[in-house]
Design a binder for this molecule. Structure first.
Ligand code: SF4
Length: 361
């Protein structure tokens, strides 16, 4: 994908030159070197009647202060399971964290008790879900929903919590916040409801915000506004964001780094421009080629043929073998080592092996 194609992907959600310019500016953002979160070799499975689904098979990545890491991939690749494991939302059973660590502020979240997790959930780590209507209680005024968690965790008076709620509604761009606190979710539009969900997630000033498909339920214009809001909030608060999405237009707009997941593994990770301009894994290239582009007709789109492997019995080698046009004998027998291409760009593919390079060049 060249710069023109990258900008076209971006233009799916943001079809304005000034936004593209701002996006290029964002790419130059300096991200802190302070780690907020470290995920190490995470393995998560689910027991079902049909057997054990190996949803995560050794997921590792780091997140730095003030950065946005997008986790992308097809449905079922494990991106939402990763988010839910970090947030402590995997029901055990049927889920089971079989191995690995999620290190946050010196603690391994996978080892915390339910009470220990509750102290962190919604305070240090918050989550935004896809559909704002189901995330809000239709029978409660917005003010109550905003202040409930804040009062529980901060032990402040009703008046102080109300002041904080007004401040948060102002932060997420809701006009007349004092009046709107008394209203119910159905009195807001879809975009405004998602702003309220974001305000609730941020009211305790978390260090980490996990957004799981936060714009999927919104129309394109509102999507662009919400993504712009994420950028503004990150600039103001320095919050680190993990963005779970299948939408590369969204990624192009707000991510700093991208982790591409396939069949329960991170198969490529790098800075946004490394992934968009110099992708190395055939699956990443396939994903980028299947993005609708303004300069292509519908019939010119190139879908990735085939389906992901069965995670009841995943292959021991590269899980993309059956769909990969470059697959070699070794691919389905041995999983490729991680190759570090730059400081931030790493990939798991046998094509990076020196011997494969001799064959394919
Ligand atoms: Fe294709 Fe082999 Fe690379 Fe997997 S390891 S993506 S099958 S070339």
């Amino acid at each position: 994908m060249n710069e023109h194609q990258f900008d076209n992907a971006n233009a799916l959600v943001c079809n304005r030159n000034e936004d593209l310019d701002r996006q290029k500016g964002k790419n130059r953002k300096t991200v802190s070197t302070e780690k907020v979160l470290t995920v190490e070799e995470l393995h998560v499975s689910f027991k079902t009647f049909g057997g054990e689904v190996q949803a995560l098979r050794g997921v590792s990545f780091e997140l730095y202060k003030g950065e946005t890491l997008a986790i992308v991939g097809e449905s079922g690749c494990g991106k939402s399971v990763t988010a839910n494991t970090i947030m402590g939302l995997i029901p055990q059973p049927p889920g089971r964290i079989k191995n690995g660590k999620v290190l946050f502020k010196g603690k391994d979240l996978t080892k915390l008790s339910k009470a220990g997790l509750r102290k962190i959930q919604g305070v240090d780590i918050s989550m935004i879900f896809q559909d704002p209507m189901t995330a809000l209680n239709p029978t409660l005024q917005i003010g109550e929903q905003l202040t409930e968690g804040y009062r529980t965790h901060h032990k402040v008076s009703k008046a102080n919590a109300r002041e904080k709620a007004i401040e948060m509604l102002e932060l997420v761009g809701i006009p007349n916040p004092e009046e709107r606190l008394k209203q119910y979710p159905h009195q807001f539009s879809g975009g405004m409801r998602q702003r309220i969900v974001i305000a609730i997630a941020l009211i305790c000033e978390p260090e980490l915000l996990i957004a799981d498909e936060p714009t999927t339920a919104l129309d394109v214009t509102i999507q662009a506004q919400i993504l712009e809001l994420f950028n503004e909030i990150q600039e103001k608060t320095g919050v680190s964001i993990i963005l779970i999405t299948h939408d590369l237009g969204v990624v192009a707009k707000i991510a700093d780094r991208i982790a591409v997941m396939y069949a329960g593994k991170v198969i490529e990770i790098g800075e946004k421009r490394e992934i968009f301009y110099t992708p190395q894994h055939p699956y990443t290239k396939g994903l980028l080629n299947s993005v609708p582009r303004l300069d292509l007709k519908e019939e010119e789109l190139q879908p990735i043929e085939g389906t992901p492997p069965d995670l009841f019995a995943p292959p021991v080698g590269c899980p993309f073998t059956a769909r990969c046009p470059f697959a070699m004998d070794v691919c389905d027998r041995v999983y490729p080592e991680t190759t570090h291409l730059t400081k931030n760009h790493a990939v798991n593919c046998w094509l990076q092996d020196e011997r494969a390079k001799l064959v394919f060049t």
